[in-house]
Design a binder for this molecule. Structure first.
Ligand code: ARG
Length: 613
């Protein structure tokens, strides 16, 4: 696309430059393919066993999957045979029986040792020694890359997230989008994809007619104000209250927006200034959260392109001009009518989104585009996607609205004592302040600067993690105590476990030597040690689920369980007082692997890890 005014900060050349730069960008470090991970080999072996024992072809989509058995069953994994039995029209017990016998009789499997059939379930026993050895070696060998794989190596994934609105403080809802979007970006990168991070700033729309009109009338000056964003928001709120009872004011606002769309130079300058001030404030938050976008052009960038979309749409059977001149979409199945252009010729949120979608495919040629935006906009995105396809403005790109639930406090929208809506910065400040009080109390001996560093990481981590550990699509309740709890279900618990492992490693004088061992024969002599290794083996598989279902909480639950298994080990075994040298070394390797996986997971979740806690 070309031929439109460049009155925003990113010129067309700069955006194209960004597209080129991204195309050449380096990918993640080395990673291994799925089929090299122990957990995947176990899957493959089971697949082979079922295939050969039953002499059937079946695909991976036949509903069979590996599960952890309930506590009273003594087995390493379990698999329900019901789905396959119903496809084949036989009994699940018979199937499980045949497969179990086959596994027991065969010595071709590296990891499957034996199996038994119980009530339609196949209960699987692994060659624990081999699993233990190879999982720990894989973790140590791959280090920070353990869990990564090149599955999406050939894909470019465009992720739109955060997308706050200018002239308003960034809300807690935008925090959810920001943190979920960033984690999805990291998950895809860990799966080899080439990710484009886009922040679709809300910087255009009728509301800016109202805001600019009110700004002109007021004596507010964003350059001299202490809190320009808060004041702009108040200005807008009080104007809309007045306008509700005054059609004359509504008309002024409408007119102002029309003049803005016609690029009235004074209005554009004012708008641009407000935009800059707002973006500067947003960037402060992104810096704090260690988030960087590749692209931040915003809605305004797509306003001129919307003209082409409207031109196209006018020629279609499924649109008509209403009497007042509005362009109405009336013939798309599943939807009631909706507008693409207002009677006065100004553009709409929806139309700008259609233009943006077409533009993104045109310029970046992504394989997928994800929109990380609250559930409440679900109808909007269905309309955008359907309309853009109906207009044939996009080709093969897959588009998906990755929705999420609202954040509430005690069942209500969040607000401060003054009744002001709680902003993202307020929440981060509060979390850090609370963490600081806890640290000062628990670790008075630490230096002030160290306490502050810990408080920042703990406070920030707590907020981010709280947003991630809940099922994405559900509403979440803002619960400070749970967020900063040391008992589990929190970033603090994971950070604390990491700190505990490091201090253990420090106290064991052989650590360095054990870590440098070439290929130690690793040993374990208690069930908890093996359980931890098994859990570590599942990590790459968990990442697979998290990325495919866009479900960061799956990763959180896995890490929490890992930390709790480690804390059980800690209560049962003293590594320092393990007198068998080989066993001691193996245990050092085990806890080093635990800390590695916890760190890998928290890195994806963007939760910082303090050295001490
Ligand atoms: N700025 C919008 C809001 O705060 C979110 C933008 C969502 N993305 C989009 N392509 N419409 O509600």
């Amino acid at each position: 696309m070309s031929n439109f005014d460049t009155y925003w900060d990113e010129t067309e050349e700069e955006v194209e430059e960004c597209a080129k730069r991204l195309a050449d960008a380096e990918r993640q470090g080395p990673s291994i393919a799925w089929n090299e991970y122990a957990i995947f080999v176990i899957h493959e072996e089971l697949h082979t066993a079922i295939h050969e024992a039953l002499e059937i072809e079946f695909d991976k989509g036949s509903g069979l999957h590996l599960d952890l058995p309930p506590a009273h069953i003594k087995a390493d994994f379990a698999m329900a045979m019901f789905p396959l039995a119903s496809t084949l029209g036989t009994s699940p017990s018979e199937l499980a029986d045949t497969v179990a016998k086959y596994i027991c009789a065969s010595d071709k499997f590296r990891y499957l040792a034996s199996a038994e059939s119980i009530q339609g379930y196949l209960n699987i026993h692994l060659n624990q020694q081999r699993v233990y050895q190879s999982v720990l070696q894989q973790v140590l060998m791959l280090g920070a890359n353990y869990g990564s794989n090149p599955e999406f190596e050939d894909e470019r994934i465009f992720i739109e997230y955060s997308s706050p609105n200018i002239a308003k403080p960034m809300s807690i809802g935008h925090l959810r989008s920001t943190i979920i979007g960033e984690v999805l970006a990291r998950l895809y990168e860990r799966s080899g994809a080439h990710v484009i991070r886009d922040n679709h700033i809300g910087d255009w729309g009728t509301q800016f007619g109202a805001l600019l009109y009110a700004y002109q009338e007021s004596d507010l000056d964003v350059d001299t104000s202490d809190d320009p964003i808060e004041e702009l928001k108040n200005l807008y709120v009080s104007f809309t209250e007045r306008a509700e009872a005054d059609p004359e004011l509504q008309e002024r606002a409408r007119e102002t927006f029309k003049r803005l769309e016609e690029k009235d130079p004074d209005l554009i300058a004012m708008w641009q200034h407000i935009r800059e001030v707002s973006i500067r404030e947003f960037e402060g938050v992104y810096d704090r959260l260690d988030i960087m976008f590749d692209l931040m052009v915003g809605e305004s960038y797509h306003e001129p392109q919307a003209a082409y979309v409207i031109e196209d749409a006018e020629k279609q059977q499924f649109t008509h001009r209403a009497e007042n001149g509005a362009l109405v979409v009336d013939g798309i199945k599943r939807f009631d009518t909706f507008l693409m252009q207002k009677g006065d010729g100004t553009t709409l949120y929806l139309t700008r989104d259609v233009a943006a979608l077409a533009y993104r495919e045109g310029l970046f040629a992504p394989h997928r585009i994800l929109y990380v935006v609250g559930n409440e906009q679900s109808l909007h995105f269905q309309q955008v996607f359907t309309l853009t396809r109906a207009l044939e403005l996009i080709g093969t790109v897959r588009v998906e609205h990755v929705g999420f639930g609202l954040v509430r406090a005690g069942g209500k929208k969040m607000s401060t004592r003054k009744g002001r809506l709680v902003t993202l910065s307020d929440v981060l400040d509060e979390a850090v302040a609370r963490a600081e009080r806890i640290i000062k109390n628990k670790r008075p001996e630490l230096e002030e600067s160290q306490q502050q560093d810990i408080a920042r990481k703990v406070g920030q981590g707590a907020v981010l993690y709280h947003n991630l550990r809940h099922v994405r699509t559900k509403e979440i309740d803002f619960d400070w105590d749970q967020m900063l709890s040391l008992e589990g279900e929190s970033a603090t618990y994971l950070q604390y476990t990491i700190a505990r492992i490091y201090s253990m490693l420090e106290q064991i004088e052989d650590t360095q030597r054990a870590m440098n061992m070439e290929a130690p024969e690793l040993r374990f002599d208690s069930d908890i040690e093996f359980q931890i290794a098994k859990h570590l083996s599942m990590y790459p598989w968990i990442l697979w689920h998290a990325v495919h279902q866009h479900a960061p909480h799956v990763l959180c639950t896995h890490l929490e369980k890992l930390a709790s298994l480690f804390n059980t080990l800690y209560g049962q075994i003293s590594i320092k007082n393990t007198y068998d040298e080989d066993l001691k070394k193996s245990r050092i390797v085990l806890i080093s692997a635990v800390v590695q996986v916890l760190e890998n997971g928290l890195e994806i979740l963007n939760v910082p890890v303090p050295e001490k806690l």
